[in-house]
Design a protein around this ligand. Structure first.
Ligand code: BMA
Length: 282
């Protein structure tokens, strides 16, 4: 990393100008977060911009103080929308959104959700005429919901996803990468957690959601797709965590899942949409 960095993780991911682009959560030695853009031609070797993105504070953030993290990126209507967590001092964790055209300057949408809410990701198209996002209301525990908005300001019609509870996701679930539209449904990579005697373990799973009503889960395999097993997934700032904020299709038909190991480093797992669909059908 070309900047002071105690941990770099939970990167949003997207294709931009023919390149792979990540927005990294970079923590300095005061554990303050800056968002840095990293770009790559091959999706593997990234160059990190040492200058953090420009992202003005909203009025509520100026008033109370803020801690922003975990950006998820969605291309929509010729620009890019991002959702991220905003921890506002004394108030709690909520969702903030912004838009950008160039990944240099970000324009915050002025309104944040009410606490507690996080792990939000916008769908890449409107559903039944409305913007739609997955989110996770609740701080301790909780599960993924879908909400809708006519204007990206007022959100409602909230419905929980009927994801079945598994041994590895019983404590909480949260949206991960942006849902991918397929003929069979929205392919969604999400995280689930389970408490063990020594830690809360994070896993990645996959689910297929109905195209018209994403709260309706068409398939949700019982088995996870990724679990903490490598050293860099088990040892770090928060042990036993694999966590994703973004996956992108490659030129040769693969799917790159950028995920974090132990809230400390950025990792890459490769699969394909076809393989995940097969896994959902099995
Ligand atoms: C979640 C979020 C993530 C983090 C994860 C594991 O609640 O705060 O930013 O990666 O926990 O620690």
């Amino acid at each position: 990393m070309p900047v002071e960095c105690s941990a770099v993780f939970n990167a949003g991911a997207v294709r931009f100008n023919g390149q792979y682009l990540l927005v990294l959560r970079v923590e300095d030695y005061a554990r303050q977060v800056n968002f840095h853009v990293a770009t790559s031609r091959d999706g593997v070797r990234f160059e990190v911009n040492p200058t953090p993105i420009e992202y003005p504070l909203r009025a509520i953030e100026q008033q109370y103080g803020t801690y922003r993290f975990d950006m998820r990126i969605t291309p929509l209507d010729g620009q890019f929308y991002v959702c991220h967590a905003v921890w506002i001092t004394g108030l709690g964790c909520m969702i903030g959104m912004a838009r950008t055209r160039d990944f240099v300057k970000f324009e915050p949408l002025p309104h944040v959700s009410v606490p507690f809410n996080r792990n939000a990701v916008l769908f890449p198209e409107k559903i039944r005429g409305l913007y739609a996002r997955l989110e996770r209301p609740m701080d301790e525990g909780g599960r993924i919901w879908v909400t809708y908005s006519p204007d990206l300001r007022f959100w409602g019609d909230a419905m929980p996803l009927n994801l079945p509870t598994q041994v590895w996701n019983w404590r909480k679930t949260g949206a991960g990468a942006m849902p991918i539209k397929t003929a069979a449904g929205w392919l969604t990579i999400y995280h689930g957690t389970a408490k063990t005697a020594s830690s809360e373990n994070y896993y990645l799973g996959v689910a297929l959601l109905d195209l018209e009503d994403p709260s309706r889960v068409i398939a949700a395999p019982k088995k996870f797709i990724l679990h903490p097993q490598e050293h860099y997934e088990c040892v770090g700032q928060v042990p036993n965590v694999v966590f994703t904020c973004g996956a992108v299709e490659t030129d040769d038909g693969q799917l790159n899942i950028y995920y974090a190991g132990a809230d400390t480093c950025v990792c890459l797992a490769q699969t394909s949409i076809a393989a995940l669909l097969d896994f959902c059908r099995a």
